[in-house]
Design a protein around this ligand. Sequence first.
Ligand code: NDP
Length: 451
Amino acid sequence: MANVLEQKVNDFMAKVIAKNPSEVEFHQAVHEVVESLIPYIEENPKYKEAKILERMVEPERVIMFRIPWLDDKGEIQVNKGFRIEMNSAIGPYKGGLRFHPTVNLGILKFLAFEQVFKNSLTTLPMGGGKGGSDFDPKGKSDNEVMRFCQSFMTELYRHVGPNTDVPAGDIGVGGREIGYLFGQYKRLKNEFTGVLTGKGLEWGGSKIRPEATGYGATYFAEEMLKTNMNESLKGKTVVISGSGNVAQFATQKVTDLGGKVVTLSDSGGFIYDPDGIDTDKLNYVMNLKNVKRGRIQEYAEKYNAEYHEGQRPWGIKCDVALPCATQNEINEEEAKTLVNNGCQVISEGANMPSTSEAVEVFQNNNILYGPGKAANAGGVAVSGLEMSQNSLRLSWSGEEVDQRLHAIIKDIHETCVKFGKEDDGSVNYVKGANIGGFVKVADAMLAQGAV
Ligand code: NDP
């Protein structure tokens, strides 16, 4: 039976690869999902007959466009813009915008595909989408970033809207970029609506949205520890990658819960501070990254910590690892090093940070492994709550949003346990998240017919 199923996965993947050549990250994301789903679909033929999976790997719509803008020297620059509207079965398309030089169609399709399952897991009515550009905000002036964002939105505005498609931030798109994008949308449409999430608190944003992804990934780690080992983050040593939005607030929450974060990184290298990155040091990092837009190396100089140029932090001994930078940042060797050094929990703040081989290492060694589509769903969950507050024209307190976020993460964890429990009592969180996210979307697609 196992061989028959494996053959079905291979046949399905062969078609996906033939239809979407050279989109390697998209193939990786689809493969990870169909490995869990094909056995489930074989047991539930209604999904097979309606070709639900074949439909889910095909975006409902892909928008690609030119973004011309003027740099500070008065020269014209040209970037590529994208929006992938992947699936709207359970709500308007929802998912972030990424501005990074590596952005291409395959990367955004992997992110949009994962987003469909993630959004479904949150229990909120949101479809899946993703977008962005190969624009690199690093080294650009505020004025250049503003002109780029205005040009980007001058095309995107006709495709998005509060009941159609609601983008948010991702790598390279934080509060500054959301502000410029929102301003241009409002100007073009002459309406003040919740077309983007991650807005400033004075103009429709939600409390706890900046914190949500990092807090959520930390809550998810805590739930895995509690459920499977009757333990908590208190006293645990935690290795974190990245030093952007997700990494910063994961560091804050781990510290609040009594853990010690000893690393942060950026694309230049990582810092190792064995004394732990406490609140004062984190405030320094936030100013360094969000205001000065400097490099993490400066932390090592300021606090006399180690700096490892061009390296990732997975060789540092830890109990818990929270990858919070980017895709495929933990390879097989690094996964083995983490396991050999005694790491027990991986909770993915980033999207698909572990390669397929690394995931296999974690699963073969019974590591508590929380995949991004479950562990980092806190960000989009609070984006969903921002949409609700915008519709109600109300804003909830920070405590209220944080409580709702915590409850949603607990729900997602329960869903993973429900669909991922193995015969030996262990929880396969990958399977749990994939099936748990699939069912609601698939049932909605069945009900809505062949659209
Ligand atoms: P930021 O842009 O705020 O930070 C990204 C961090 O990762 C930076 O430290 C950056 O370093 C590092 N990084 C980015 N690309 C690379 C790379 N190719 N190699 C090494 N380091 C890299 O982004 P976020 O914190 O918002 O996003 C981080 C991850 O979390 C992404 O995978 C994103 O998809 C995911 N995520 C984010 C959500 C959110 O709400 N923001 C929601 C759910 C998931 P440098 O500055 O040197 O580029």
